[in-house]
Design a protein around this ligand. Structure first.
Ligand code: PXL
Length: 284
């Protein structure tokens, strides 16, 4: 008889997101990140995407009530210590998520932390969000969010601000914060003044905090945003305050990009499993 070690239940984190058949982004990146961060990952699928390293060729969204039912089933039995959203695809899905979050204590002040990564497109430029759903993000989901984590393309779509320098990043953070999230993270990118660094900017309505990190030249950054938001949710689930959770998440994603790899003919994925000891090498 094998002896069983009784495990300690890890923090429970849910991703509400789409699948990527290439296994690089979306739910796959989220679950890998959560595993590497030592939390139990739960899933509410919003959409199935048909894609490989070259791009997205099909999107099939789930009925909003099926998305909401997945969240409710988990929240009312397993329980959740943090929730993260990725590709939400449509306005009816966003509305259904907001409604079930209100009923199950997810998001808004003093409840289960909610990280909203407002995914709008793949890195190939393929749309992952209906045009009218930008407004649902602004008016329905952001007011419930603990943190929102847009990149500069998403900032442009959400605020019409074309961020070109640090001052623009600050301005965008203020405009987004006015929509109601407790914290805004405006992720850095290719600003002219940031040649060798990538500076993310956190704003809580009072204080701005710049988080500098290295900038990599690789095109293998598929799933990087998902990894960042999932790591952030994982550390919030452990009870870290937002600023400390974010510092840890940033360190985590930097290493994931450093360890990214080639896959297919297009963009390869980041590697959230950089932190996991490859026990299976000993088994070869
Ligand atoms: O990385 C953003 C993202 C999120 N979710 C899904 C995706 C992508 C990018 O391609 O495919 C399903």
């Amino acid at each position: 008889m094998g002896e069983r070690t009784v495990g300690v239940t890890p923090p429970r984190v849910m991703t509400i997101a789409g699948t990527d058949s290439g296994g690089g982004a979306g739910v796959a990146a989220d679950l890998r990140t959560m595993a590497a961060c030592g939390v139990h990952g739960c899933v509410a699928v919003t959409a199935v995407t048909v894609q490989n390293s070259l791009g997205v060729t099909g999107v099939h969204t789930l009925p909003p009530e099926t998305v909401a039912a997945q969240i409710e089933a988990v929240a009312t039995d397993i329980g959740l210590d943090a929730v993260k959203t990725g590709m939400l695809a449509t306005t009816p899905i966003i509305r259904a998520i907001a409604e079930v979050c209100d009923r199950t204590g997810i998001g808004s002040d003093g409840r289960t932390p909610l990280v909203v990564d407002p995914v709008a497109a793949s890195m190939h430029g393929d749309s992952l969000l209906a045009d009218d759903a930008l407004d649902a993000y602004r008016t329905v989901l952001f007011p419930r969010a603990t943190v929102i984590t847009p990149n500069l393309d998403e900032v442009r779509l959400l605020t019409r601000i074309d961020v070109r320098d640090r001052a623009g990043q600050y301005e965008a953070a203020k405009v987004l914060h006015a929509l109601g999230p407790r914290h805004v993270l405006v992720k850095g990118g290719h600003l002219a003044e940031d040649r060798d660094v990538c500076v993310d900017l956190l704003y809580d309505g009072h204080t701005f905090t710049e988080l500098p990190g290295p900038r990599f030249t690789t095109g293998n950054t598929h799933g990087g945003g998902d990894t960042m938001a999932s790591a952030l949710a994982s550390w919030l689930a452990r009870g870290f305050p937002v600023d400390r959770a974010l510092e840890t998440a940033k360190r985590f994603v930097v290493e994931a990009v450093r360890h990214s790899y080639d896959l297919g003919a297009g963009h390869g994925p980041v590697s959230p499993l950089w932190a996991v000891r490859p026990w299976w090498r000993d088994a070869d």
